[in-house]
Design a protein around this ligand. Structure first.
Ligand code: ADP
Ligand code: MG
Length: 265
């Protein structure tokens, strides 16, 4: 039998080779607990491995959250569904399960400003990250800039390919600024490239019927919508802006509005 020091060195070496630092950090304490509690060898091994798995998952979430470039942290738990009575709870719960991501399905959130499109987009993105998927968020303008830069240097195909490593791309605010022909073409290429390959989550203040105005061309818009919605959940949010609701309530003399002012922006 090797002595304890040899074993400790051997475990440290093996954990390094496996890139499993949580094993190094926890095996001794867990061994102590195991001896005291009379765990079987199997129970001890399972406990050590579980710590390592938990550590890796937490790291993965941290890394993917940093890489997603969300403009703010908005969660589904913080989303007040009572403000969206028409929004189907079962549809939202289904989306929160993120089955659409491995299936390369899309989500489209439509509705006027302030109804929570960006909030929901980020919240679903965070769910996807916790489900183990990598996500990248940007505004439509940001995406166009990124693609135009790649295109200008002849790297558009490479950039589109690189984006494949993100299982979910979020394109926020389609329609706030109309696209010129070049931008519309780049956007079309992005949507085509993702079709049945990777998920898109798109938000827009414009109903599909007006996407021709965004892209300056009804045919291009129709072709894009066709690909986007073929495997998609399209949700239309309605109602008043959540941003101005507190101000409205204050004007209407609702005293509870003041406490809410601090929790919304
Ligand atoms: P949109 O993208 O549709 O213009 P946002 O998602 O930016 O709207 O929402 C505006 C603000 O109101 C954000 O701070 C958001 O967190 C908040 N908000 C909107 N709808 C809700 C809601 N139903 N529950 C909680 N917060 C909401
Ligand atoms: Mg928004």
């Amino acid at each position: 039998m090797p002595d304890h020091k040899d074993l400790a060195a051997q475990i440290a070496w093996a954990a390094r080779a496996l890139r499993a630092p949580a094993i190094t950090a926890t095996w001794q304490d867990l061994a102590h607990t195991a001896r005291q509690a009379g765990w079987s060898h199997e129970a001890y091994l399972a406990a050590v491995l579980a710590r390592q798995v938990a550590d890796r998952e937490a790291n993965g979430v941290r890394i993917r959250m940093a890489g997603a470039h969300f403009p703010a942290i908005k969660t589904l738990e913080d989303f007040n569904v009572d403000h969206q009575p028409a929004l189907r709870r079962d549809v939202l719960a289904h989306l929160a399960g993120c089955a659409f991501v491995p299936a390369a399905g899309n989500v489209v959130l439509l509705g006027p400003p302030g109804v929570g499109k960006t909030h929901l987009a980020i919240a679903l993105g965070i769910k996807a990250i916790h489900a183990g998927h990598s996500v990248l968020f940007d505004t439509a303008t940001g995406w166009i800039t990124r693609l135009a830069t790649a295109h200008a240097t002849g790297h558009l195909p490479a950039e589109l390919k690189r984006l494949r490593r993100y299982r979910l791309l979020i394109i926020d605010e389609v329609g706030y600024i109309p696209f010129d022909a070049e931008a519309a073409n780049l956007f079309f290429q992005l949507v085509s490239h993702r079709y049945e390959q990777g998920s898109l989550l798109v938000t827009s203040n414009m109903p599909f019927g007006r996407w021709g105005e965004i892209f300056g061309d009804d045919v291009v818009a129709a072709a894009m919508i066709d690909r986007l919605v073929h495997h998609a959940e399209v949700i239309t949010l309605t109602g008043d802006s959540y941003r101005t609701r507190t101000r409205r309530d204050l004007l209407a003399g609702d005293p509870t509005a003041i406490t809410r002012t601090t929790s919304t922006n």
